[in-house]
Design a protein around this ligand. Structure first.
Ligand code: ADP
Ligand code: MG
Length: 206
């Protein structure tokens, strides 16, 4: 885990020919403390996803610097940043079982199989996915698939921060409430830094 800091970050995407440069993300300087839980609230198009992509390294900002624990990582590639990012729409491996989807980021990093098993079981229990561990992901509803995406972010022990980009968009209204409370509980149990992006005021406040 890490403290994350933005110093004078701004970002402009290359404008179409003949158009003036516009900042998709206006200047922000901000510190996210280690182990904290943060919500970023803003309307569609205000630069939330741009900001998350700058933290994860998918995007290099036009101006300013990003620090993890006071180390400048602005030019560091994504794979050296240890970030878990949960996107708006579920990203799952349809042909794999739920268990293998959750185990994937751990096996990928060479974790011993007994530890993989232990961590997967723990996260599956937290997300009420235990019953479907042996099922193929393709058979799940979009709610279920998004729970796998959340789980894949939460299962890793080595992340600096978990970022959620409007993750409840595809979730049924009655489940939204449940998952919001669940995430709060997970934060308390895991103590990992969380940044949660949404345009929904209730979600941000929860
Ligand atoms: P949010 O996630 O808050 O909805 P985004 O960060 O996706 O906002 O987008 C901020 C602004 O940048 C929007 O005006 C959007 O159209 C523009 N934008 C986003 N991605 C790109 C891109 N790859 N190229 C050009 N413009 C982009
Ligand atoms: Mg967005």
């Amino acid at each position: 885990m890490a403290k994350i800091e933005f110093k004078g970050i701004r970002h402009a995407y290359p404008p179409p020919p003949g158009q003036p440069l516009e900042y998709a993300l206006k200047e922000v300087s901000q510190v996210w403390d280690d182990g904290g839980a943060y919500a970023l609230l803003g309307p569609s198009g205000c630069g939330k996803t741009t900001l998350l992509n700058i933290i994860s390294g998918l995007l290099t900002p036009s101006e300013g610097s990003v620090y993890f624990d006071d180390e400048d990582v602005t030019q560091k590639p994504t794979n050296e940043r240890q970030i878990a990012q949960v996107f708006q729409f579920p990203v799952v491996y349809d042909t794999m079982t739920v268990n293998d989807n959750l185990a994937f980021p751990l096996r990928n990093r060479g974790m011993a199989e007994t530890e993989v098993d232990e961590r997967v079981k723990r996260i599956a229990a937290m997300l009420d996915l235990e019953e479907s561990l042996k099922q193929r992901a393709s058979g799940l509803t979009s709610d279920g698939k998004q729970k796998i995406s959340l789980g894949r972010g939460l299962v890793r022990p080595d992340v600096n921060v978990i970022m959620f980009d409007e993750p409840l968009t595809v979730i049924d209204p009655h489940l939204k409430w449940l998952l919001r409370s669940k995430l709060k509980e997970l934060h308390e149990q895991l103590g990992v830094t969380m940044i949660y992006v949404t345009h929904d005021q209730t979600e941000a406040l929860t």
